[in-house]
Write a protein that binds this ligand. Structure first.
Ligand code: WQD
Length: 343
């Protein structure tokens, strides 16, 4: 299929683009490069052994988004499906800049859906997040749990999921997948593409990697007084290559399903604590990871992980890589690219 990948130059988008090409789909990347570098696409083309069409576009601009679809038709390669990654994703930043987050994450989605509707394109895979489960006392998350959020970023995911549910009810010709990611980490085994956060990393794995490579002095461990195996926060880390494979599986399966909308957790189902991740990274890198325990981060919950059985069953997919492999692949990327992608 000809797949439009919005945010395709980003961390999860780029890994998914590569797997789509390997699965013999053709890809068009749309990205505004607000949180990605063009050199990421150059690396992708090197790995894919082919050039990859890219459109630098602001997807909040509905006319420009429509034109993207029109141009694809004029070029003889009409868009047949969309995987929608484009969006802002920093929880803390969303608290400081709620309007920017609501506008960007909702308007980009509305523009793409409007263009799809006009052109009769109905297969849509949405990058959602386990953050939509909010704070639930049941630590193992299942897709039937209620959704709500504890940050504007999380609310944008909850709201888009609701828009998509209503769309599926109104027009059952849509084939929509809501993919709820847990904690994506790792990098392609080549070490040529990976996670390249701008500024101070919000997330654990890139911060640990930057400590290991010498860019940061030490890790701040946000609290060790949680009711968990060692007192530190517990999460479900999933290798980005497993996550990308989940997207390809969802894209290929939704067209065969009767449901207009499907929801799947994409997680490993194997929880790890902060200190367990730190120990795994030290093993993988051979580097000490200095850390200091500091007070809890506001908004953090103690522990949650995926029940991935629905995706295992319905997508024929499962996360296969261990935390040690996630750390080894992260380290290969980080040590080969200590400052991330070149400008
Ligand atoms: C993991 C654990 C922290 C950094 C967030 C978003 C979620 C998704 C993934 C987009 C927690 C601890 C972290 C650090 C630490 N993003 N930690 N020191 O918060 O589970 O999820 O990213 O979809 O929506 O909410 O990920 O990597 O920030 O934290 O101790 O410097 O590591 O307290 O226990 P999180 P994280």
């Amino acid at each position: 299929m000809r797949v439009l990948v919005t945010g395709g130059a980003g961390y999860i988008g780029s890994h998914t683009v590569l797997q789509l090409l390997v699965a013999n789909h053709s890809v068009l990347i749309a990205d505004d490069f607000s949180n990605a570098k063009p050199s990421a696409v150059t690396r992708l083309e090197e790995l894919a052994g082919q050039s990859i069409p890219v459109c630098r576009v602001d997807l909040t601009d509905e006319a420009a988004t429509l034109a993207l679809f029109d141009d694809a038709i004029a070029g003889g390669q009409p868009i047949e499906a969309v995987i929608h990654f484009a969006g802002f994703k920093a929880v803390g930043e969303s608290v400081a800049k709620p309007l920017a987050y609501y506008r960007n994450n909702l308007d980009t989605t509305f523009s793409v859906l409007r263009a799809m509707d006009v052109h009769g394109v109905r297969q849509f895979v949405f990058s959602s997040s386990a953050t939509v489960y909010g704070e639930n006392p049941v630590r193992e998350r299942t897709e039937d749990m209620p959704t709500y959020a504890t940050s504007p970023y999380g609310w944008t995911k909850v709201m888009v999921e609701q828009v998509l549910r209503d769309l599926a009810v109104a027009d059952d010709s849509w084939r929509i997948a809501l993919l709820r990611y847990f904690n994506p980490v790792g990098a392609h085994a080549s070490g040529r593409i990976g996670e390249d956060p701008s500024g101070l990393p919000n997330n654990l794995m890139p911060f640990v990697a930057q400590v290991a490579v010498g860019r940061r002095e030490k890790l701040a461990v946000f609290g060790d007084d949680y009711d968990t195996v060692d007192g530190t926060g517990v999460r479900d880390y999933i290798h980005v290559e497993d996550l990308a494979a989940g997207h390809v599986a969802a894209l290929e399966r939704i067209g065969l399903r009767d449901d207009a909308l499907s929801v799947w957790n994409l997680g490993s189902g194997h929880p790890e604590s902060v200190l367990e991740v730190v120990a795994a990274f030290a093993r993988a890198s051979g580097r000490e990871i200095p850390y200091e325990v500091v007070p809890r981060r506001p908004g953090d919950v103690d522990a949650y992980w995926a029940n991935p059985s629905k995706a295992n069953r319905e997508l024929g997919w499962s996360a296969t890589r261990t935390i040690d492999e996630m750390c080894a692949d992260t380290w290969r990327w980080q040590s080969q690219n200590p400052n991330g992608y070149p400008d």
